[in-house]
Ligand binder design. Structure first.
Ligand SMILES: C[S@@+](CC[C@H](N)C(=O)[O-])C[C@H]1O[C@@H](n2cnc3c(N)ncnc32)[C@H](O)[C@@H]1O
Length: 422
C-alpha cells in the first residue's frame, strides 16, 4: 500500500509533499488507533491529520465541567490526549487553564492536575471541583449564611441586573465569603459555594440570579443592561440565591460516583493551582510534567478580563490589574513572542518523552492558521514537532449561541499542535 492510499484513507496530509517519501510510518495499512499510536511514538516527518478524533456524543462529558468560560474547550479534547499519553499519577498541566477543563479531566482520570492562569478566577472556578464537598454539606452551610444581613456598601450599581432583594442576598454572600477568606476560616464548602455563585451571577435563564442577559461568561455593562431591559420590557425578577446554588450544585455533582470521589481525593493533595503568567511558573519543578494540554489566549479576539468584570467584583479581584498582565496581542509578532516565552517555560518543566498538545483556533475567518505559527516556535524552544491534529466536528448549537469564532461552513475545528521533548 502506498503512502497516498493510506493518506487518503486516514485523511493524512503531509505539510510538504516531498516529505511523504520519508514517512515509513504510513507505508503499510494500519487501523486508526495504530496510526495514532505510531504518530505519538515513532520518528517520522511531521504530518497534519484531519478527522473527527472525538465527538461530543461519543462520551458524554462529566457533569463537573458544566461551568461556562469564554473560549473553553470541550472535555473530550484533553481526555483524548490524557488517555493516550499518560499513566495514572502522572502530572498533567495547563498553563492557560481558564475554567480548568484539562485539570478536571486529568483529576477524574487519576492524574495529578497542575493549573495556571493569569486570572485568579481560574483557580476559584477550578479548585473546588477537584475537592467537591457533599451536597448535604453545601445545603447545611447555606443555611448558616446571613443572607438578609446588610453590611456591604453599594460600590457599584447592579440594579439593572438584580431584583433589590436578590442583590441584597448576593452582597451578603459576597461579604460572608470575603470575611471567611480573610479570617482564614475558608474551607472546601465555602470555596464550592463561591465557585457556584460566581457561575450563577448572570445568564439567560431562570437558573441565574440576574434578569435575562448575555451568557454567564460575558457580563455586559450596567448601562448596556439597562438598554436591554428597556428593549425587552423587563425588570429583574426575584431569584432565591441559596436555592439556585443548591440546584446548580446538585447538577454539577449529579454524575460524580463514589469511586471518582476517591480518585479526586487521592490526587487533590498533590494538585497545584497557580495564578500568574504562563511564561514564569517557578513553582513548577524542572521536568515534572508528563503532558500539557492547553489553549492560549487568542489573537485580539477575547477580552477575558473585561468580560469577567462582574465575576471579578464578586470575588474582590481587580479587573484592571489582571488585564494589564494578560497576553492580549494585537499583532501576530506580539502574540508569537508571548507564545515563545510560554513554550520555553513549558520545555523546562516537561519531562523527557513528555508531550505538549497546544490547541489554537482559526482566526480572521480561517485566513490565519496559528498552528503554523506555533509549530516552528515549539521547535525553537527545543521540542520536536510531531505534527498537527485537526479535529473536525459538526457545528453545535452551543457554539452557535455563544458566538465561538472558529465555526466555518457548519463545522467547528480544533487545531492541535503536538510537540514532544525527546
Ligand atoms: C482560551 S482561554 C483557556 C480556556 C481553557 N482551555 C478552558 O477550557 O477553560 C485562555 C486563558 O488564558 C489566560 N491568559 C491570558 N494571558 C495569560 C498569561 N500570560 N499567562 C497565563 N494565563 C493567561 C486567560 O485568562 C484565559 O483564561
Amino acid at each position: 500500500m502506498t503512502y497516498a492510499t493510506v493518506a487518503a484513507e486516514h485523511d493524512l496530509i503531509p505539510p510538504h509533499p516531498k516529505e511523504a517519501a520519508q514517512l515509513s510510518l504510513f507505508d503499510q495499512p494500519h487501523t486508526d488507533d495504530e496510526v495514532m499510536r505510531l504518530f505519538f511514538s515513532a520518528r517520522h516527518a511531521p504530518c497534519v491529520i484531519e478527522r473527527e478524533f472525538w465527538t461530543a456524543k461519543q462520551r458524554q462529558a462529566h457533569s463537573l465541567h458544566e461551568i461556562s468560560y469564554r473560549a473553553c474547550f470541550k472535555p473530550q479534547l484533553p481526555a483524548y490526549f490524557i488517555d493516550r499519553l499518560t499513566q495514572p499519577r502522572d502530572v498533567v498541566y495547563d498553563p492557560f487553564s481558564g475554567r480548568g477543563t484539562t485539570a478536571i479531566e486529568a483529576a477524574l482520570r487519576g492524574r495529578i492536575p497542575y493549573a495556571n492562569d493569569i486570572n485568579p478566577l481560574s483557580a476559584i472556578l477550578c479548585r473546588p471541583r477537584i475537592e467537591p464537598p457533599g451536597l448535604e454539606a453545601v445545603i447545611g452551610r447555606l443555611a448558616e449564611i446571613p443572607f438578609d444581613e446588610k453590611r456591604e456598601e453599594c460600590d457599584i450599581d447592579l440594579s439593572a441586573f438584580y431584583h433589590p432583594v436578590t442583590e441584597g442576598e448576593i452582597r451578603a454572600l459576597r461579604r460572608y465569603l470575603i470575611d471567611r477568606r480573610e479570617s482564614g476560616a475558608e474551607d472546601d464548602v465555602d470555596r464550592w459555594i463561591r465557585m457556584v455563585a460566581t457561575n450563577r451571577l448572570t445568564g439567560h435563564s431562570s437558573g441565574f440570579f440576574s434578569v435575562y442577559t448575555l451568557p454567564p461568561n460575558q457580563a455586559t455593562t450596567p448601562d448596556r443592561q439597562a438598554e436591554i431591559n428597556q428593549r425587552l420590557g423587563q425588570t429583574p425578577p426575584y431569584r432565591n440565591v441559596a436555592a439556585l446554588i443548591v440546584k446548580k450544585s446538585r447538577q454539577l455533582l449529579s454524575r460524580l460516583t463514589d469511586r471518582q470521589r476517591r480518585t479526586l481525593k487521592e490526587v487533590a493533595s498533590h494538585a497545584l493551582f497557580l495564578t500568574g503568567r504562563a511564561q514564569q511558573t517557578t513553582a513548577i519543578p524542572d521536568e515534572s510534567v508528563a503532558l500539557t494540554v492547553t489553549s492560549p489566549p487568542f489573537l485580539d479576539v477575547v477580552q477575558y478580563a473585561e468580560d469577567n468584570w462582574l465575576r471579578c467584583w464578586f470575588n474582590a479581584i481587580d479587573v484592571e490589574e489582571v488585564a494589564a498582565k494578560m497576553s492580549v496581542s494585537r499583532s501576530i509578532d506580539q502574540w508569537s513572542a508571548e507564545m515563545e516565552a510560554a513554550l520555553v517555560e513549558l520545555y523546562r518543566i516537561t519531562r523527557r518523552q513528555g508531550f505538549v498538545a497546544f490547541e489554537v483556533g482559526e482566526v480572521r475567518n480561517g485566513k490565519l492558521l496559528l498552528d503554523e505559527v506555533i509549530a516552528p516556535i515549539g521547535e525553537k524552544a527545543g521540542f520536536s514537532w510531531l505534527g498537527t491534529l485537526i479535529n473536525r466536528q459538526q457545528f453545535t448549537k452551543t457554539s452557535n449561541i455563544w458566538g465561538v469564532k472558529n465555526n466555518r461552513g457548519g463545522t467547528n475545528s480544533n487545531r492541535i499542535v503536538i510537540l514532544r521533548k525527546d
